[in-house]
Design a binder for this molecule. Structure first.
Ligand SMILES: Nc1ncnc2c1ncn2[C@@H]1O[C@H](COP(=O)(O)OP(=O)(O)OP(=O)(O)O)[C@@H](O)[C@H]1O
Ligand SMILES: [Mg+2]
Length: 306
């Protein structure tokens, strides 16, 4: 990553892996002044030029099957993009509300209150980290599902209509989804333009992927811009022989959509208990390395964090 000294403007090319998690301040080797590290990370050039409002890339992290790493991926992709210098909004559309838990924040409201207008956008969206905002999920989303169900028509656009005004504030909007297939999942697929599917490397998940892609196709009939963009193999464990066979099959069928797998890494399972992302909890772990690789793939920039 590039760190720009706010005093002398000297650029330092730093390997993010070498910065300990608890370091907040840095000293410029050029002018000797101290500065806050987070503030000095160089922001990548905005994708939109010519004074036009920016249009966030909106990515849904979704698969009907439970426990495949959706929340872990959404949280660590969103935080990784923010660490790389992008402005990011993470939206949790799951009643389990685990995105807030993973980030160690406790907002008084979130997505439901924004839709019902109990809270304004400035109240519902909370700052979770530098450049990372959160629109929290949780139990109240059950009420939102009822609101969607009661609408005579256009219910599937409820989320899209609520989120569109926020789009120009961000480079990326990452949406975590619940397992299963319900009115909120459908709403997410009418909001996002790209889909990232985490698939744990086991037969049942691949079966889940095939079923999910049929459901996705039924939405794509109405929304041509909705694109299956990334398939992320998760829980890779080289000791499990069958996993390699499944990975080969994924490459054969889905080609370039298949990302570098995220390895099984116990650090990823431990980090949420402390409300920390993998980059804070264990920056040198396989989990952190694998999610940095995903950030590079999604951002299309192999130099990030190098
Ligand atoms: N690569 C990994 N290695 C080890 N543990 C992981 C890994 N990825 C996720 N986990 C852990 O596995 C569990 C399930 O992951 P996660 O909650 O991200 O899945 P999910 O798809 O969001 O689940 P749900 O469908 O219930 O929302 C969590 O305890 C998480 O910490
Ligand atoms: Mg989840």
């Amino acid at each position: 990553m590039i760190i720009v000294c706010p005093h002398c403007k000297k650029k330092h090319d730093i390997d993010a892996n070498r910065i300990p998690a608890n370091v907040a301040m840095a000293r410029c080797k050029g002018c000797g002044n101290q500065f806050a590290l987070q503030e000095a990370i160089e922001k990548p050039a905005k994708p939109v030029a010519g004074g036009l409002a920016r249009r966030a890339r909106i990515i849904g992290v979704t698969l009907s099957k439970g426990g495949v790493g959706k929340t872990t991926t959404a949280v660590n992709l969103a935080t990784g993009l923010a660490l790389a210098g992008f402005e990011v909004l993470l939206i949790d559309t799951d009643t389990q509300g685990q995105a807030s838990f993973c980030l160690g924040v406790h907002p008084k409201g979130g997505l439901t209150e924004l839709v019902t207008e109990e809270l304004s956008a400035d109240e519902a969206v909370v700052k979770a980290r530098e450049r990372l905002d959160l629109l929290a999920g949780g139990k109240s989303l059950a009420g939102l599902k009822r609101i969607i169900d009661r609408k005579d028509f256009g219910g599937e656009l409820t989320l899209a209509e609520t989120i569109r005004p926020l789009e120009e504030r961000y480079d990326y909007i990452i949406v975590d989804t619940s397992p299963g297939w319900d009115p909120l999942t459908i709403n997410v697929l009418f909001l996002v333009r790209e889909v990232l599917v985490p698939v744990s490397l086991e037969v049942m998940s691949v079966q889940g992927l095939v079923e999910f892609l049929k459901s996705l196709a039924s939405i794509q009939k109405y929304r041509k811009e909705l694109e299956l963009k990334y398939i992320l193999p998760t829980f890779r464990d080289r000791r499990v022989k069958n996993a390699d066979v499944i990975l080969d099959k994924l490459h054969e069928v889905y080609g370039g959509m298949v990302c570098e797998p995220v390895r099984y890494n116990v650090r990823l399972a431990e980090a949420p208990a402390l409300g920390q992302t993998i980059y804070e909890f264990a920056p040198g772990s396989n989990g952190a390395q694998d999610y940095r690789e995903l950030v590079r793939k999604v951002a299309g920039n192999p130099k990030l964090f190098r």
